[in-house]
Design a protein around this ligand. Structure first.
Ligand code: MN
Length: 130
């Protein structure tokens, strides 16, 4: 079964790079451009993993993570924050908001898929009988 990743990201270049890397890995990627759209798409798509930019319009990544964690079933989906290296405290705030982990931007294309693979639940993808 195909692993589905929801990537909540307002920046097109970041999205294209991650989409390219994850498509090459065989993952399906769906995108939301802001937190509000991301919450709607998470509920509709039930992805295996959510990648969450922190600096987003409408509501920031922390607020988005907190809202996602309150939603039944969606709240079980692991969230990995994409944090800015320069922003001290981003990582702690991301974990406090309910993220399972964080990856610093700029991402490393060579290691990115391995970095996120460890956050994908072993029973993924849904529809395989579970
Ligand atoms: Mn952003």
């Amino acid at each position: 079964m195909t692993i589905k990743v929801l990537y909540i990201e307002d920046n097109d270049q970041n999205y294209y790079l991650v989409n390219f890397i994850l498509n090459a890995k065989g993952y399906a990627v769906v995108r939301a451009h802001d937190g509000r759209e991301g919450i709607g798409m998470a509920t509709k798509e039930m992805p295996d993993l959510i990648l969450l930019d922190i600096q987003l319009p409408v509501m920031d990544g922390y607020a988005t993570a907190r809202e996602l964690k309150k939603i039944p079933h969606v709240g079980m989906i692991p969230i990995v924050a994409l944090t800015s290296y320069a922003m001290a405290g981003d990582r702690e705030k991301a974990l406090a908001a309910g993220c399972s982990g964080y990856i610093e931007k700029p991402i490393n294309p060579k290691t990115f898929s391995d970095q996120i693979a460890r956050f994908i639940p072993a029973d993924s993808s849904r529809g395989a009988g579970g």
